[in-house]
Unconditional design. Structure first.
Length: 165
Protein backbone atom coordinates (compact mmCIF):
# COMPACT_ATOMS: atom_id res chain seq x y z
CA UNK A 1 0.00 0.00 0.00
CA UNK A 2 1.41 3.37 -1.04
CA UNK A 3 1.47 6.45 1.17
CA UNK A 4 0.50 9.53 -0.78
CA UNK A 5 0.61 13.24 -0.02
CA UNK A 6 -1.90 15.56 -1.63
CA UNK A 7 -1.93 19.35 -1.85
CA UNK A 8 -5.35 21.03 -1.60
CA UNK A 9 -5.93 24.66 -2.47
CA UNK A 10 -8.80 27.04 -3.18
CA UNK A 11 -9.40 30.75 -3.49
CA UNK A 12 -13.09 30.68 -4.48
CA UNK A 13 -15.21 30.02 -1.38
CA UNK A 14 -12.11 28.26 -0.05
CA UNK A 15 -13.50 26.88 3.22
CA UNK A 16 -16.45 25.36 1.37
CA UNK A 17 -14.33 23.75 -1.33
CA UNK A 18 -11.53 22.56 0.94
CA UNK A 19 -14.16 20.83 3.08
CA UNK A 20 -15.71 19.29 -0.04
CA UNK A 21 -12.28 18.08 -1.17
CA UNK A 22 -11.56 16.56 2.25
CA UNK A 23 -14.90 14.77 2.26
CA UNK A 24 -14.19 13.33 -1.20
CA UNK A 25 -10.71 12.18 -0.13
CA UNK A 26 -12.21 10.51 2.94
CA UNK A 27 -14.66 8.67 0.70
CA UNK A 28 -11.91 7.41 -1.62
CA UNK A 29 -9.08 6.71 0.82
CA UNK A 30 -10.77 6.26 4.19
CA UNK A 31 -8.42 7.44 6.90
CA UNK A 32 -6.57 10.67 6.08
CA UNK A 33 -4.23 12.94 8.04
CA UNK A 34 -4.35 16.69 7.55
CA UNK A 35 -1.86 19.49 7.97
CA UNK A 36 -2.90 22.84 9.38
CA UNK A 37 -4.46 25.25 6.88
CA UNK A 38 -2.42 28.17 5.55
CA UNK A 39 -3.45 31.31 3.75
CA UNK A 40 -1.26 32.68 1.00
CA UNK A 41 -1.30 35.34 -1.62
CA UNK A 42 -1.93 34.09 -5.14
CA UNK A 43 1.21 33.07 -7.03
CA UNK A 44 1.64 33.76 -10.74
CA UNK A 45 -1.44 36.00 -11.09
CA UNK A 46 -3.40 38.67 -9.25
CA UNK A 47 -6.30 37.10 -7.40
CA UNK A 48 -7.86 36.47 -4.03
CA UNK A 49 -5.79 34.75 -1.36
CA UNK A 50 -5.71 30.96 -1.29
CA UNK A 51 -6.25 28.53 1.53
CA UNK A 52 -3.89 25.56 1.26
CA UNK A 53 -3.18 22.36 3.13
CA UNK A 54 -1.63 18.94 2.65
CA UNK A 55 -3.29 15.59 3.31
CA UNK A 56 -1.76 12.12 3.54
CA UNK A 57 -3.51 8.85 2.83
CA UNK A 58 -2.78 5.23 1.93
CA UNK A 59 -3.89 3.69 -1.33
CA UNK A 60 -3.70 0.58 -3.46
CA UNK A 61 -4.58 2.65 -6.54
CA UNK A 62 -1.87 3.20 -9.15
CA UNK A 63 -0.67 6.77 -9.75
CA UNK A 64 -2.83 7.15 -12.89
CA UNK A 65 -6.00 6.24 -11.00
CA UNK A 66 -5.15 8.60 -8.13
CA UNK A 67 -4.66 11.49 -10.55
CA UNK A 68 -7.87 10.63 -12.43
CA UNK A 69 -9.79 10.65 -9.14
CA UNK A 70 -8.38 14.09 -8.29
CA UNK A 71 -9.40 15.48 -11.70
CA UNK A 72 -12.91 14.05 -11.27
CA UNK A 73 -13.21 15.65 -7.81
CA UNK A 74 -12.04 19.01 -9.16
CA UNK A 75 -14.57 18.91 -12.00
CA UNK A 76 -17.37 17.80 -9.67
CA UNK A 77 -16.66 20.85 -7.53
CA UNK A 78 -16.64 23.54 -10.19
CA UNK A 79 -13.18 23.40 -11.70
CA UNK A 80 -13.43 24.16 -15.40
CA UNK A 81 -11.83 21.68 -17.81
CA UNK A 82 -8.70 23.14 -19.38
CA UNK A 83 -8.58 26.04 -16.91
CA UNK A 84 -5.39 28.11 -16.90
CA UNK A 85 -2.72 27.06 -14.42
CA UNK A 86 -2.39 30.50 -12.86
CA UNK A 87 -6.02 31.41 -12.19
CA UNK A 88 -8.58 31.44 -9.40
CA UNK A 89 -10.08 28.04 -8.66
CA UNK A 90 -12.69 26.35 -6.55
CA UNK A 91 -10.52 23.33 -5.81
CA UNK A 92 -7.04 22.23 -6.79
CA UNK A 93 -5.80 18.75 -5.86
CA UNK A 94 -2.22 17.82 -6.68
CA UNK A 95 -0.40 14.58 -6.00
CA UNK A 96 2.84 15.61 -4.30
CA UNK A 97 4.33 12.24 -3.38
CA UNK A 98 3.52 8.60 -4.02
CA UNK A 99 5.77 6.74 -1.61
CA UNK A 100 9.30 7.62 -2.77
CA UNK A 101 8.44 7.23 -6.46
CA UNK A 102 10.44 9.37 -8.87
CA UNK A 103 8.83 9.69 -12.30
CA UNK A 104 7.97 12.07 -15.15
CA UNK A 105 4.74 10.46 -16.34
CA UNK A 106 1.83 10.57 -15.89
CA UNK A 107 2.95 13.45 -13.63
CA UNK A 108 6.28 14.59 -12.28
CA UNK A 109 6.91 13.07 -8.86
CA UNK A 110 7.99 14.30 -6.45
CA UNK A 111 6.05 17.39 -7.48
CA UNK A 112 8.49 20.27 -8.15
CA UNK A 113 6.29 22.79 -6.28
CA UNK A 114 7.31 21.13 -3.03
CA UNK A 115 10.68 22.86 -3.23
CA UNK A 116 9.49 26.18 -4.68
CA UNK A 117 6.17 27.07 -3.04
CA UNK A 118 5.84 27.84 0.65
CA UNK A 119 2.14 26.94 0.56
CA UNK A 120 3.14 23.36 -0.32
CA UNK A 121 6.36 22.96 1.66
CA UNK A 122 5.24 24.38 5.02
CA UNK A 123 2.10 22.21 5.40
CA UNK A 124 4.05 19.17 4.14
CA UNK A 125 6.78 19.88 6.71
CA UNK A 126 4.09 20.11 9.41
CA UNK A 127 2.48 16.83 8.37
CA UNK A 128 5.65 14.81 7.67
CA UNK A 129 8.63 16.64 9.20
CA UNK A 130 10.98 13.63 9.28
CA UNK A 131 10.09 12.31 5.83
CA UNK A 132 12.98 12.74 3.38
CA UNK A 133 12.46 14.24 -0.07
CA UNK A 134 13.41 11.47 -2.54
CA UNK A 135 15.71 13.64 -4.70
CA UNK A 136 16.77 16.51 -2.39
CA UNK A 137 17.85 14.04 0.30
CA UNK A 138 16.69 16.30 3.14
CA UNK A 139 13.74 16.06 5.49
CA UNK A 140 10.79 18.33 4.88
CA UNK A 141 11.44 20.01 8.23
CA UNK A 142 15.01 20.75 7.12
CA UNK A 143 13.85 21.97 3.70
CA UNK A 144 11.34 24.30 5.38
CA UNK A 145 13.98 25.56 7.85
CA UNK A 146 16.25 26.41 4.88
CA UNK A 147 13.48 27.92 2.73
CA UNK A 148 13.71 31.66 2.02
CA UNK A 149 10.50 32.71 3.74
CA UNK A 150 10.68 36.21 2.25
CA UNK A 151 9.83 34.73 -1.19
CA UNK A 152 6.12 34.13 -0.50
CA UNK A 153 3.78 35.46 2.18
CA UNK A 154 2.06 32.67 4.07
CA UNK A 155 0.37 32.44 7.44
CA UNK A 156 -1.56 29.78 9.39
CA UNK A 157 -5.32 30.14 9.79
CA UNK A 158 -7.48 28.42 12.38
CA UNK A 159 -10.15 26.41 10.58
CA UNK A 160 -11.94 23.50 12.17
CA UNK A 161 -13.62 21.51 9.45
CA UNK A 162 -15.15 19.23 12.07
CA UNK A 163 -15.26 16.32 9.64
CA UNK A 164 -12.76 14.06 11.37
CA UNK A 165 -14.62 14.07 14.68
Amino acid sequence: MAKIYISLGSNIEPQRYLLAGLQELLTIFGDISCSPVYESESVGFKGDNFLNMVVSAHTLLPVEAVIASFKAIELQHGRLPGAKKFASRTLDLDLLLYDDLICNTPVILPRPEILTNAFVLWPLAELAPALVHPTAGKSYAQLWAEYDKSRQKLWPVAIDFGLLA
